[in-house]
Design a protein around this ligand. Structure first.
Ligand SMILES: C[S@@+](CC[C@H](N)C(=O)[O-])C[C@H]1O[C@@H](n2cnc3c(N)ncnc32)[C@H](O)[C@@H]1O
Length: 346
């Protein structure tokens, strides 16, 4: 096992127990791999070709990434210049790792689809899904001008008051200020949100962040030192609570994307498995396609601590190790009964 600072020993042991020695070693090595900076164009402000030209003119060599038509990477040496660029400051790009783009890229989304992000700040996934959906249909043929009859809602929930301010700031900067934000706990939502049903729901709940650890930088893991086992159990409980509330708001055939930047099965497979047990109308669809495009994909776990997970889970969930391509990450794509989405497994 790699030498880890004493504060990471509990997490290191836990990874070995959960993932096996080979995968735990690879994850720990991946923690320290220098990251390739990634970002995406913001179509609310520009387009990908124009952005590439703007960055080139500023001396920043950006490379298109196959993950999506909007994804880019650049050399590590360019990261500083990227965050100092006009395009960054004016919201024409958003710095976002490749793994963390995935939840907002899965599935088709049309302007008529109501969308909900249950854990939204700082707004990276909200704004990417909003960009893909667009502002929505504001007027319908036959309506008097200026009297829209139907607006597909886009709601974003954030519990922390400070982070809610940050969310609003970012959505405005990115040209998505039409997304309605709510300062609320997703487990006890305002009536106006609770009564709606959504076609797309993102649940990217708070987690231990064990996929984002950098051993040489104690700021990335000090919160885990000396209390890992108890802390992960608290997080898993919150995650399950948020995901269960979200599932109640799914329209028939709607999809719920669950993601974390944790490596721990207690926050990932175990939460999704419990959700599938509690909500039999939910089923899994394949979220693994982005894996080979990004790198670092490993199969999700089929069992853990003597418990067999839902038989589709290992085949359909995306589990990424940390590495040069980004942080460790987990994504499950659930769909509620009534779906016409291709590839649904029931
Ligand atoms: C992992 S971050 C989300 C990152 C975001 N999806 C993005 O891509 O920019 C989780 C967020 O959920 C918020 N949060 C935690 N518990 C919550 C709850 N019960 N209801 C709503 N938001 C919550 C946290 O304050 C934090 O901002």
């Amino acid at each position: 096992m790699h030498d880890l600072p004493p504060g990471l020993a509990e997490l290191g042991r836990r990874l070995q127990e959960s993932l096996g020695t080979g995968e735990a070693e690879a994850a720990i090595a991946g923690w320290s791999a220098p990251r390739t900076p990634a970002f995406r164009v913001n179509l609310m402000r520009t387009d990908a070709d124009t952005l590439a030209r703007e960055l080139a003119a500023a001396g920043i060599a950006a490379t298109r990434h196959p993950l999506s038509p909007w994804s880019f990477t650049c050399a590590p040496e360019a990261a500083y210049a990227l965050k100092g660029s006009r395009a960054f400051h004016d919201g024409r790009l958003y710095v976002q790792s490749l793994p963390s783009q995935v939840p907002a890229l899965l599935g088709e989304v049309s302007p008529d689809d109501a969308c909900l992000d249950c854990t939204a700040a700082p707004g990276g996934k909200t704004s990417l899904l909003a960009m893909r959906r667009g502002r929505g249909r504001l007027e319908q043929p036959g309506n008097p001008p200026g009297k829209p009859s139907k607006i597909a809602h886009f709601d974003a929930i954030e519990r922390s008051p400070i982070r809610h301010q940050l969310l609003k700031h970012n959505l405005t900067k990115l040209g998505c200020d039409w997304v309605r934000t709510w300062k609320s706990d997703s487990r006890s939502l305002p009536q106006a949100v609770r009564q709606r049903r959504y076609r797309h729901i993102l649940v990217d709940p708070p987690c231990t962040g064990s996929g984002t650890v950098v051993p040489a930088d104690a700021r990335t893991w000090a919160h885990l030192a000396g209390r890992y086992d108890g802390y992960v159990a608290i997080k898993a409980q919150q995650q399950y609570g948020i995901a269960m509330s979200a599932a109640e708001l799914l329209a028939p055939g709607g999809s719920l994307i669950y993601s974390t930047c944790s490596l721990d099965p207690e926050e990932n497979e175990a939460v999704v498995d419990a959700l599938l047990t509690a909500r039999p109308e939910l089923s899994l669809i394949d979220a693994t396609a982005p894996g080979p495009l990004i790198g670092g994909a490993v199969p999700a776990l089929a069992h853990w601590r003597g418990r067999d997970f839902h038989p589709e889970l290992a085949r359909t969930c995306l589990r990424l190790q940390p590495g040069a391509w980004g942080e460790g990450f987990f994504v499950a794509w659930l769909v509620s009964a009534g779906s016409s989405l291709p590839g649904t497994s029931r």
